[in-house]
Design a binder for this molecule. Structure first.
Ligand SMILES: Cc1cc2nc3c(=O)[nH]c(=O)nc-3n(C[C@H](O)[C@H](O)[C@H](O)COP(=O)(O)OP(=O)(O)OC[C@H]3O[C@@H](n4cnc5c(N)ncnc54)[C@H](O)[C@@H]3O)c2cc1C
Length: 426
């Protein structure tokens, strides 16, 4: 188990090599060109909290190129023209990219805790697994723009009074003639300031909603055009240590949607949401493993080079134990994530959704990465706190990711729920 099957070895190697060379030729030179702006948030964001036009254009350009080169939509479902690469491949790929490039790159990687990056689409911005449920109209009108990286989406579930508790949604959609009319506010929505479409979850059947059955929830998934009348995406929130972010509100006032823009089945929106959220949780786990490896690699190197009291830090047991603790946690997290990915890939055969394992992988990985980055900062002393090395940014990313895609408490709630239902297989 967790041994990369032979048929995937070439795919993983080829994709990592290809993506790395794409980053070197298309992303890093762009970062270099805009370095002064990227490193100074007073220049990076305009007065409205949005990225300044030159950076937005640079990001859009990389996304389109990545789509053309076959990376942006490589995990998208085959039914919409994606490569549908297995979950196991995604783990190796994201781990490897984050290990190599670490934190502090705004054009590399995938969505992080502060800004989405334009390389690989995820459920918060691109053609995700949720689109496996797309009907013909959505496939014709929307999917081609997403696949080409020309347009992006955002995922609107959370509301001011409904975060962990999606049974407190206030957003409602009512049928008027042959259209749906949506009212409500979505909050903390990644990519909302830039998304062309918002995937929003609204209650459509009060009776079903009151019964709290996740499989027949009374919630329906709609795709709305963010430029259409009644949609306001002007509010953007600063996130931990930054003056702005990609996260904002999607406010809907009498927003009209045609029946054809329902994604998935009526009243089964939570199933659609979980397809996206599960993909996101595994992605976060993989990125956290790679980011932690990057921080440990830096720590090992620094411990060998930095001399205090006449000897390298690496000679000191206090430092060695920090390195060893990080290695123990990374190993556990990496193999938990890989095994979870295997279980996800085996799902069509086994019919067993690894709900418990996805929560374990995400919950552990964010804690692990935060702890590893914390030790890395400590080993680097004052340098660890400087923004130059990116370690403090990695720490903030890990800390932030304990909240989105289900807080650590909600992951534990899910794990305990599964255990109590009898799922005690490890
Ligand atoms: C950077 C970022 C990006 C995000 N992107 C998106 C996005 O793209 N789309 C989207 O829909 N949402 C997004 N979110 C929202 C995110 O999913 C929510 O913030 C999260 O689900 C928690 O909801 P909340 O903030 O309302 O906190 P609450 O649900 O109010 O929880 C507050 C605290 O109480 C704990 N808690 C709540 N209930 C219980 C309980 N029963 N038992 C024990 N502890 C409990 C929680 O774990 C948390 O620690 C994003 C958030 C952030 C910070």
């Amino acid at each position: 188990m967790t041994q990369l099957p032979e048929e995937l070895r070439d795919i993983v190697k080829g994709t990592i090599d290809g993506l790395t060379s794409f980053i070197e030729s298309e992303c890093l030179p762009v970062e270099q060109k805009h370095r002064e702006t990227l490193e100074n948030e007073a220049k990076l964001f305009g007065d409205d909290g949005r990225l300044v036009p030159e950076i937005r254009e640079a990001r859009d350009e990389i996304r389109r190129k990545s789509a053309k080169a076959g990376y942006w939509a490589m995990f998208a479902p085959a039914s919409i023209g994606g490569d549908e690469l297995p979950a196991l491949v995604s783990v190796y790929l994201l781990e490897s990219i984050y290990r190599k490039y670490g934190a502090g790159h705004l054009m590399v990687g995938f969505a992080n805790a502060f800004l989405t990056t334009p390389l690989v689409g995820g459920f918060v911005d691109g053609p995700s697994h949720m689109f496996a449920q797309a009907n013909e109209t959505i496939k014709t009108d929307i999917v081609p723009h997403l696949m080409a990286g020309e347009k992006t989406t955002c995922f609107g579930a959370t509301e001011p009074d409904a975060g962990s508790d999606l049974w407190s949604l206030k957003t409602r959609a009512r049928k008027v003639g042959d259209e749906w009319v949506i009212n409500g506010t979505k909050q903390w929505i990644t990519n909302s300031p830039y998304a062309d479409y918002a995937i929003v979850f609204a209650v459509t059947d009060e009776e079903k909603y009151a019964k709290r059955n996740m499989f027949d929830s009374g919630i329906t998934t709609f795709i709305i055009d963010t430029k259409q009348p009644g949609v306001d995406t002007n509010t953007i929130f600063p996130i931990m240590g930054h003056v702005s972010s990609d996260c904002g509100n999607v406010i809907m006032e009498d927003v009209k949607v045609k029946e054809e823009y329902v994604l998935g089945n009526m009243n089964q929106g939570l199933i659609t949401a979980m397809a996206g959220i599960s993909e996101g949780r595994l992605g976060i786990s993989s990125a956290m493993v790679g980011l932690a490896e990057w921080a440990l690699d830096m720590s090992i190197q620094y411990a060998k080079e930095r001399v205090t009291f006449g000897r390298p830090l690496a000679d000191r047991q206090a430092i060695q134990w920090m390195l060893a603790d990080s290695a123990i946690e990374i190993f556990n997290s990496k193999y938990a994530t890989l095994r979870t990915a295997e279980l996800v890939d085996e799902y069509p055969k086994t019919g067993r959704l690894p709900i418990k394992e996805i929560s374990i992988a995400k919950c552990y990985a964010v804690d692990m990465c935060q702890a590893v980055c914390d030790r890395a900062i400590q080993i680097h002393g004052g340098m660890g706190l400087s923004s130059e090395l990116g370690l403090e940014e990695a720490f903030r990313i890990a800390r932030t990711l304990r909240i989105p895609d289900g807080t650590s408490e909600m992951q534990r709630r899910t794990i305990a729920g599964q255990l109590l239902r009898g799922d005690t297989v490890f």
